[in-house]
Design a protein around this ligand. Structure first.
Ligand code: PAJ
Length: 281
């Protein structure tokens, strides 16, 4: 695997690949890689000659200094996993390479970045959009791969790519889960054994809600049941549970078209914040 820490040598390398009509797939990550990330690498490898994985813990998308500081960093292990997955290129820049000066540019996606994650993590999506724009400009890939695990992020990045005419084809990859349903996440590494058990509440709540809504139980009642599930599980705290249109993320008061509906959930187990989502059909 070719490892680049600087932008210019990476660009020179990719220019040579593009000159001989090789296609480039980009998989942006913040590292602490798990099988979910690797499924994005596999998707990219199946559709491109060269897969570039970027690994950068982006400070501008953290609205909480302690969350940034505690974010797991496991570079040697990540490199071994990427080598094993057959990833051709790793781009792991330092802060000064990505941000010559503190990020000043702000993005506003209207309602889309004010709801759900945006409501609880103000500025988060502006930081995501900033770093993803930089990565798109640096790599100029043919394809880019994002997980449906971060459903709202995928919508935001799609809007960004469309509005700024990046000409990059975006691919949403299904969420990979642990055998008990917990969505794989770098943050899971921060859960102790007891909290790891409790963390299944996100998946079980989504599944319960999905079944209830399919059985025509009203969203207000389903919402109540999800809140109750969290209230009766000590050490957990629900931040939001919402039903929304899967394309534009308009929040629903009631579910009229289950097949267009995605359920989104976020909350804490101990000090660790987790998110998940599920399509109703
Ligand atoms: P990170 O949380 O490292 O995730 C990198 C990519 O992996 C994202 O597209 C995410 O949706 C995907 N992913 C995470 N868990 C997954 C799972 N269980 N199954 C499938 N895909 C999964 O998301 C980010 O980093 C950052 O915001 C980033 C886009 C890199 C910008 O900094």
């Amino acid at each position: 695997m070719h490892i680049f820490k600087e932008i210019e040598p990476l660009k020179v390398f990719l220019k040579q690949k593009k000159a001989v009509q090789q296609t480039i797939g980009l998989v942006p990550t913040m590292g602490a890689l798990h099988a979910g990330h690797l499924s994005l690498i596999t998707a990219s490898k199946s559709q491109n000659h060269v897969t570039v994985c970027s690994l950068y813990v982006n400070p501008t998308q953290f609205n909480n200094a302690s969350d940034l500081e505690k974010y797991p960093r496991t570079l040697p292990q990540d490199i071994a996993l990427l080598e094993k997955a057959g990833c051709e290129v790793l781009f792991s820049p330092a802060d000064h390479e990505m941000y010559g000066q503190p990020g000043q540019l702000k993005f506003d996606f209207g309602q889309l970045d004010k709801i759900l994650e945006g409501q609880f993590r103000p500025g988060h999506f502006s930081g995501v959009a900033l770093v993803v724009s930089k990565l798109f400009h640096i790599v100029q890939p043919d394809n880019a791969y994002f997980g449906k695990k971060d459903f709202q992020q995928l919508r935001i990045v799609s809007l960004l790519a469309e509005e700024l005419k990046f000409g990059i084809r975006l691919h949403g990859v299904a969420t990979l889960r642990e055998p008990d349903g917990l969505a794989m996440s770098s943050r899971n590494a921060r859960l102790n054994a007891a909290d790891r058990q409790k963390a299944t509440i996100f998946f079980s709540s989504l599944r319960m809600a999905k079944e209830a809504l399919k059985a025509n139980i009203a969203l207000t009642e389903v919402r109540k049941r999800v809140h109750q599930a969290f209230e009766s599980a000590p050490g957990t705290r629900l931040e939001y549970f919402e039903a929304a249109d899967h394309e534009n993320l308009t929040l629903f008061e009631n579910v009229k078209e289950p097949s267009r509906t995605v359920l989104l959930i976020a909350g804490f187990v101990g000090a660790v914040r987790l998110i998940d989502n599920m399509m109703i059909d």
